[in-house]
Design a binder for this molecule. Structure first.
Ligand code: KIV
Length: 265
């Protein structure tokens, strides 16, 4: 069976049907998520924290990402497979091309994701012109946690909101075919979702986005330490892992997640 394509995701956006995405790091969970009908599996560099036990995503390497992407690829057959480009693997366009080629060739990803704004325009052009689809990631970009000064909501001032809006347009124009918006006020995410032709997937960005993504361990309530306030433990109510995944998909599709309690102003 062939995997979901970007064309199909764009059709979901046009039809106003919500897109579901969860992170996956191994074959067993990838299989469960895939069978539940999750549209996108993201091999996130959050694996540095929830799998490897680091306190940030910075120590994750391209080889780590390839290793986990191969497992997720083996465990799934229908979902679009996106892999994160880890810290410093896209510091220049040439480094990005080399890293992305490895992630696609060895990891078997269908798309790569990178964090950052206008400084990535040349890189996004370079990758997409060479047949590597790109998912952009704006708002809270965890690889810049030290620069940002902590895991904080972004885009709260008018100036910061304009900057994220302009970055989103620039990255779409450069060729990005998907955007993840993390931890921004719901109203800003709503504006950007309406402004862009490409699907916008939110995490801590309110219900108006074209779809939602959560870190698997957060939505199962097994993340060590404090769960982010925008996330929800679906396992607690659902009682089993397959039921929790189904509850997440249903809640996103029918617009009940994220609610006001999971959205920033
Ligand atoms: O690494 C990751 O899991 C991510 C999501 C939080 C979007 O980038």
């Amino acid at each position: 069976m062939s995997r979901i394509t970007l064309t199909q995701l764009r059709k979901l956006k046009s039809a106003g049907e919500k897109i579901t995405c969860l992170t996956a790091y191994d074959a067993s969970f990838a299989h469960l998520l895939d069978q539940s009908g999750t549209n996108i599996l993201l091999v996130g560099d959050s694996l540095g924290m929830v799998i490897q036990g680091h306190d940030s995503t910075l120590p994750v390497t391209v080889s780590d990402m390839i290793y986990h992407c191969q497992q997720v690829h083996r465990g799934s057959e229908k979902a679009l497979l996106i892999v994160d480009m880890p810290f410093m693997s896209y510091a220049t366009p040439d480094i990005a091309l080399e890293s992305a080629a490895r992630l696609m060739r060895e990891g078997q990803a269908q798309m790569v994701k990178l964090e950052g704004g206008t400084w990535l325009v040349e890189t996004v052009q370079m990758l997409t012109e060479r047949g590597i689809p790109v998912c952009a990631h704006l708002g809270l970009t965890p690889q810049s946690v030290h620069q940002i000064g902590g895991y904080r909501v972004q885009g709260r001032t008018e100036r910061a909101a304009k900057c994220i809006r302009d970055d989103a347009v620039a990255l779409q124009t450069a060729g990005a075919s998907l955007l993840i918006l993390e931890c921004v006020p719901g109203e800003l995410a709503s504006d950007i979702t309406a402004l862009l032709d490409i699907p916008v997937i939110g995490i801590g960005a309110g219900a108006a986005c074209d779809g939602q993504v959560l870190v698997l361990h957060d939505m199962l309530g097994i993340t060590p330490g404090k769960r982010p306030s925008f996330s929800k433990d679906f396992l607690q109510e659902a009682g089993s892992i397959p039921a929790a995944i189904e509850a997440f998909i249903n809640a996103v599709k029918n617009g009940t997640f994220p609610g006001a309690a999971h959205t920033f102003e």
